[in-house]
Design a protein around this ligand. Structure first.
Ligand code: NAD
Length: 296
């Protein structure tokens, strides 16, 4: 089985390394020389273009920044769909809007090429240690085939529905997460201002109806959740700019579907402000800073 991996950045580079560790032969392409260097050092075969990487591939995996890059790699001048043979499988693990992958899959279907979306959660650590969750959008047969490869890079491979359903699951989950983190930050900051010990407040919330992942596992108040980014200056977490991107995708999809998105619009502005203040790389739980007095 020949696999081509396109987009070997922070996530893709580590995912490709897990495929190489599993003994699979991987050809790869990335625009970044540093990314290619890490890939070849790990045993990957570097190619000059997406088409060169994909021409003999049975399976293509893409892990790219945004929809425009994904469209370019599949449908553009050097696009892989024009060189792949009928029956091959493409798995896009980038986080993009659901409609774009449906459009690409429709072009693939005309050529007999199977395409599924399989965005991930678990971040760069999950990519490194091979414990990602994949949210797959495809029919049953494609899901079973994709799973044989994805299992080398992830722990949970979830079939969400037809093409696009993986992206829908991803952006709705992150919309909820972005809102719940802001809610916990607001409540924690208010409690502290009113005079309750934040530890006592978190103890009550986490054994009451306010409990959620943002209050329990990743509380934005420093020192509440073991190993949370709040305890290390909000570093090494899920970057605010990535949360902002995902909420933007949810809002875009909501616009296409003519569905109201009220709280999402509000927190989008809050994360936007945080990025503008120079905190784009900090974990998104640093949103609590919008509620705390600034040190002079
Ligand atoms: P990244 O910027 O580190 O990597 C993307 C790579 O794609 C880069 O190396 C870039 O050079 C390459 N690239 C761009 N255009 C290309 C093209 N036309 N052909 C070939 N290569 C091209 O980004 P990342 O952090 O690896 O994220 C990738 C995707 O995964 C994004 O969609 C992101 O939203 C999603 N994601 C990231 C995380 C995370 O924690 N980083 C978590 C979940 C999902």
């Amino acid at each position: 089985m020949n696999i081509a991996f396109i987009g070997l950045g922070n996530m893709g580079g580590k995912m490709a390394q897990n495929l190489l560790k599993a003994g699979l032969k991987i050809t790869g392409f990335d625009l970044s020389e540093v990314a290619i260097q890490h890939f070849t050092e790990a045993g990957g075969i570097s190619c000059e273009s997406p088409q060169a990487a994909a021409k003999d591939a049975d399976i293509v995996i893409t892990m790219l920044p945004a929809a425009k890059h994904v469209k370019d790699v599949y449908l553009g001048e050097n696009g892989v769909l024009s060189v792949l043979k009928a029956g091959s499988l493409c798995i896009d693990s980038s986080t993009i809007d659901p409609q774009s992958i449906k459009d690409i899959a429709a072009v693939g279907a005309e050529k007999g090429i199977k395409i599924c979306d399989a965005p991930v959660s678990g971040g760069t650590i999950g990519a490194q240690v091979g414990t990602l969750t994949f949210m797959v959008g495809s029919d049953d047969a494609v899901f079973e085939q994709a799973k044989t490869v994805l299992q080398h890079m992830g722990k949970n491979i979830v079939h969400c529905g037809d093409v696009g359903a993986g992206q829908i699951a991803k952006i709705c989950n992150n919309l909820i997460l972005g809102i719940s983190m802001a809610a916990v930050a607001e409540g924690m900051a208010l409690g502290a201002k009113l005079g309750i010990d934040p530890q006592a407040l978190a103890g009550v919330v986490n054994s009451s109806s306010g409990r959620c992942w943002s209050s329990d596992v990743c509380n934005p108040w420093p020192g509440i959740s073991a190993n949370a980014p709040a305890g290390r200056g909000y570093t090494d977490g899920f970057a605010t700019q990535l949360m902002l991107k995902d909420i933007g995708l949810a809002i875009e999809a909501a616009g296409q579907a003519k569905q109201p998105i009220l709280l999402g619009g509000l927190v989008q502005q809050m994360y936007q402000q945080l990025c503008m203040q120079g905190n784009a790389q900090l974990d998104f739980s640093s949103i609590i800073q919008q509620y705390l007095p600034k040190e002079n």
